[in-house]
Structures are given as C-alpha cells and as structure tokens.
Design a protein around this ligand. Structure first.
Ligand SMILES: NC(=O)c1ccc[n+]([C@@H]2O[C@H](COP(=O)([O-])OP(=O)(O)OC[C@H]3O[C@@H](n4cnc5c(N)ncnc54)[C@H](OP(=O)(O)O)[C@@H]3O)[C@@H](O)[C@H]2O)c1
Length: 316
C-alpha cells in the first residue's frame, strides 16, 4: 500500500479553523488530486456560502449531511479512498463512527484523524492529560480494532497564529498582545516550542498524501520552526522597532488556575493545559519528519515571515 495514490479525498470539518487551510492546499496540490469532496453540515451551508462557492468553483464537491447519521456518511464514502477529518474538539467523539464506517466501506483505505496539534503520546505524562484523551482513544482504536484502513496522524504543535494571541487568557496562560505591545510569558519563556503556521499544516497534509511510503500508517511530526517564546517576542520587537512590556507568569500560578478551571468544568481549561504542556517541553521532538516529507525550510514559514504576516494585520 505504500504506492497508494489518493484518487478521491473526502474531508470532514473542512470549513473549520484548520480544515480551511487543509482544503485550500489540497486544491493547490501539484499534481492535482483527481477528486476532492467535503462533507459539511446544513448549518455551515447557510453560514459560509462564500467559502463553499469558492471551493465549488475550484472543482470541490460539497456533500451536505449529518456526521452522526450513518446513511449520510456511507453515501458520502462511495468511491472515496482517503478520508481526512478536521473536526473540532467538540466533535472528536464522532470520529469513532466515521472510522468504523470507513473500515466497513469497500473503498476507504486511508484516514487522517483530527490531530494537527500536540502529540497526545509525547511522554508518559501524556496519558493523564485531559485534552489528549479522545485523540489517544482514536489512536488505540486504529491499533486494536480497525482492520481495513490505515491512519496518518499529523502532530504539528501549536499554530503560531493562535499561540501569539492569547486572547482573554493571555495574562493567565501567556500570549502576545501585538497592538498593545504587551507580552505575558509562561515560566521563563526559554523553552523551545515546535510551532507550525496554519498554512503549513495544509502543506504537510498534502505532502503526506503525496508520499504514502513515508506517511501511510504513521505518526508524523512537523514544525515550521522551533523557537522559544522569548525568541518569538524578540522578533516582534525587532520588526515593530519597539520593546514590549513583558510580564512572567509563574508556572505554579498557571497550574493552579488550570486545575481550578478543570474542577469548575470551564472549557477554557484546555487552553491552560495545552499552554502549560508547550511551555514545559511538550512540543519539541527528537526528530521532525519535515525533510522526509519533502518539506524543506524554504517551503515552510519562518518565524520572520510569521511575524511579518501577523503585523500586516495590525493597525498601530
Ligand atoms: N495546534 C493548534 O494550535 C490547534 C488549535 C486549534 C485546534 N487544533 C486541532 O485541530 C483540529 C481541528 O480543530 P478546529 O479548531 O480547526 O475545528 P473547528 O473549527 O472548531 O471545527 C471544525 C469543523 O468541525 C465541525 N464541527 C465542529 N463542532 C462540531 C460539532 N459539535 N458537531 C458536529 N460538527 C462539528 C464543523 O464542520 P461542518 O459544519 O462543516 O461539518 C466545523 O467547522 C482539532 O483536532 C483540534 O484539536 C489545534
């Protein structure tokens, strides 16, 4: 199967944060994939008409259905050999049914579960991290139950775009407010982190599809660049030409708040856990698969380019 070439790709969750980038890169792939379809909800058809119309114009087939309805999914799988799940955290549980139906189908042989983030099996502590539990069970299902299809799991660490803007939790778990020229660094900010730009996640999916000999049945680890929070901040300061106000968040304070959020059932607890994992070495890897996938540094975003892209959206 290592010579397997995808002829018909179906993406779930395609219109979401990372799905958009994956589909955009699938459309741009050279040589082109013969057929690209997406499976989306009726709600998204109503809410994102421009995006869907642009994709249809680019030759993408849009299938409308409910991922929890087996008949809809079985119909959508007809003739599909490769399924790519980009479902959001709230929908990860639905993947078990999607994988089962793919395994039972006559045609689907390759499945990319929705990962595109922190390795849920990075080290022994990963087994206890709450945000990893569904992704770990998906990996286990492939190892123990799935018979007729292989997975590719793509680990990419934090998206640089989302990591920079800590949003309302910046002062609790870290982030950089570019407009206000303020930064909150979790811990000492010296820990290297493997960051990936969202566009590069799409490129990595395409590279994996084009090189089944590297990716079929594998866990792949990708990063656009590996830098510390301090280095990211320094690049912003350099390009803006101004020092930022910097505060450090003690790791113990962040851990206390993280625990409190989990105890209260606050969904923002996930952010705290992931940021704590990244700040303590959970997104650096012994070996990256960039080169094996043909993703050379000049094809991926550099820190300089990522910061430039972010600053292009700033009105000082
Ligand atoms: N590395 C990072 O920094 C990072 C950051 C964010 C996310 N991630 C990971 O990336 C993956 C995708 O996350 P995302 O943020 O891109 O997803 P998202 O935008 O929240 O959702 C993606 C799509 O999934 C479908 N969906 C979402 N919630 C659903 C629900 N409750 N029921 C049914 N369908 C639902 C919707 O598609 P349709 O309506 O079209 O069906 C939606 O557009 C996840 O595995 C997540 O953990 C990583």
């Amino acid at each position: 199967m290592t010579s397997f070439q995808p002829l018909h790709i179906l993406a779930f969750g395609a219109t979401g944060n990372i799905g958009k980038h994956i589909v955009n890169q699938l459309i741009r792939a050279n040589p082109p994939f013969p057929k690209i379809s997406i499976f989306t909800s009726a709600n998204t058809v109503l809410n994102k008409p421009e995006l869907l119309s642009r994709w249809k114009d680019a030759g993408v087939s849009v299938i409308v259905g409910d991922i929890t309805n087996s008949a809809d999914v079985k119909n959508a799988y007809q003739g599909v050999d490769t399924a790519i799940s980009c479902l959001g955290r709230g929908a990860l549980e639905h993947q078990f049914q999607l994988i089962k139906l793919a395994d039972e189908s006559d045609t689907v042989r390759w499945f990319f579960p929705s990962e595109y983030g922190t390795d849920p099996d990075h080290d022994p502590s990963s087994a206890h991290e709450k945000p990893h539990q569904v992704k770990r069970r998906v990996r286990k299902a492939f190892a123990e139950e799935v018979k007729n299809l292989k997975p590719t799991f793509l680990v990419v660490g934090p998206y640089i775009e989302m990591w920079v803007d800590g949003g309302p939790l910046k002062d609790a778990f870290g982030g950089i407010d570019v407009e206000k020229k303020e930064a909150a660094l979790l811990g000492d900010g010296e820990q290297p982190i493997g960051f990936t730009a969202m566009e590069d996640v799409g490129k990595a999916v395409v590279a994996a599809l084009q090189r089944p000999e590297v990716s079929y049945g594998k866990i792949l680890k990708i990063a656009s660049f590996t830098k510390s929070a301090r280095q990211v901040l320094a690049e912003f300061e350099k390009q803006v030409g101004h020092k930022f106000d910097v505060k450090h968040i003690p790791l113990d304070d962040a851990k206390r708040l993280e625990k409190q959020y989990w105890d209260e059932g606050n969904p923002l607890a996930v952010v705290g856990t992931l940021r704590r994992i990244w700040a303590t070495g959970g997104a650096v890897y012994e070996k990256l698969d960039n080169e094996d996938l043909g993703l050379h540094p000049d094809q991926l975003q550099s820190l300089e380019a990522a910061v430039r892209n972010r600053l292009n959206h700033v009105a000082f």
